[in-house]
Write a protein that binds this ligand. Structure first.
Ligand code: IPM
Ligand code: MN
Length: 358
């Protein structure tokens, strides 16, 4: 077996509730397959601001650098959302750790479990067979450009900018992934308007020439947003910039039935970082009803990508699939046909999956 140090950062809101189950899934896998995973924990986000004044305390960053992989929950708190005047904000912690660890590629697989065909607002015949892998650039774009504002509140500006190398390195990763899938790549930009998108498109065209076996297309973001719900099956790998990818993947979550089902992997130069794509969901935090499956599926991505444990990752995905096949649902994925006693809370759902791993 292998020996790995995993840092768990539950973060805010439902992150506290769901991350426990991603961790337990990793523990169960380790026991069953003869690996040794040691766990440490650290603060980030609103909970870190409350405890230390800093959304990303130095101690968290040090622990992150010293770990082999990171399992993260969610970030954010209602108190900041309607008060733009607050200068120290939970999200700064997440953005800073992405930058500090060089996590420039955010992989967001849109995997549709057959049992959830009815949970989406999109018609089953449109959805069935959809399988998309998003590559969202994660450490550049308007997220990290210079921010300015007039003191009197009359003006504000965020700079959107990209360096050529930033586009090159994520494009290469996306093309490599396309090669291992259905060999189709769609790069999404707004090259009819934005200078950064024209750079993006030129770089992707250049890299595409190195991958003649991959069928490449370029699509404008507005059209892509429409095509995603019109005909999701037309996509295989989607490559896009930070802000566009943030928006498109929330939209794409409806293909999988719920945000509560979607996992992501942020990778780059060093330690991999794994998190659900959903947020802290303050509206349901503390109620014990959040869906733990995105955290468990994030753990599966960790096993596969950071540790190269393909079989173990598959065992985890199979356990999730089997739990759904048994008919169990959390509220976010329960359609009207699900009997009440099959609608489970966070712990009961997590427990069902873990039971299948032992
Ligand atoms: C995400 C989130 C973050 C982002 C926020 C919390 C900063 O929405 O991971 O998608 O915009 O990247
Ligand atoms: Mn988002």
């Amino acid at each position: 077996g292998i020996n790995k140090k995993i840092l768990v950062i539950p973060g805010d809101g439902i992150g506290q509730e769901v991350t426990e189950w991603g961790k337990q899934a990793l523990q169960a896998i380790a026991e069953k397959h003869g690996h040794t995973f040691s766990f440490d924990e650290a603060l980030m986000g609103h909970v870190a601001i409350e405890a230390t004044g800093d959304p990303l305390p130095q101690e968290t960053l040090d622990k992150a650098r010293a770990s082999d992989a990171i399992l993260f929950g969610a970030i954010g708190h209602a108190k900041y959302d309607n008060d733009p005047s607050l200068k120290v904000r939970p999200e700064q912690g997440l953005l800073k750790i992405r930058k500090e660890l060089g996590l420039y590629a955010n992989l967001r697989p849109i995997r549709l479990f057959d049992e959830l065909l009815g949970a989406s607002s999109i018609r089953p015949e449109i959805l069935s067979g959809a399988d998309i892998l998003f590559f969202r650039e994660l450490t550049g774009d308007v997220y990290f450009g210079e921010k300015k504002k007039a003191e009197d509140g009359s003006w504000a500006s965020d700079l959107m900018s990209y360096q050529r190398y930033e586009v090159e390195r994520i494009a290469r990763k996306a093309f490599e992934a396309a090669r291992a899938r259905r060999r189709k790549l769609c790069s999404v930009d707004k090259a009819n308007v934005l200078e950064t998108s024209r750079l993006w498109r030129a770089v992707v065209q250049q890299i595409a020439a190195e991958y003649p076996d991959v069928e490449t297309e370029h699509m404008f973001i507005d059209n892509a947003a429409m095509q995603l719900v019109k005909d999701p099956k037309r996509f295989d790998v989607v490559l896009t910039a930070n802000l566009f990818g943030d928006i498109l993947t929330d939209e794409a979550s409806q293909i999988a039935g719920s945000m509560g089902m979607l996992a992501s992997a942020s990778v780059g130069d060093t330690t991999g970082f794994y998190e659900p794509i959903h947020g802290s969901a303050h509206d349901i935090a503390g109620k014990g009803i959040a869906n733990p499956l995105a955290s468990i599926l994030s753990a599966a991505l960790m096993l596969e990508i950071s540790f190269g444990l393909k079989d173990e990752a598959e065992a985890l995905v199979k356990a999730v699939d089997h739990t759904l096949k048994q008919g169990y649902r959390t509220l976010d994925i329960a359609d009207k046909k699900i009997p009440n006693d099959f609608v489970l809370g966070t712990s009961a759902m997590g427990g069902k999956v873990i039971a299948l791993l032992q």
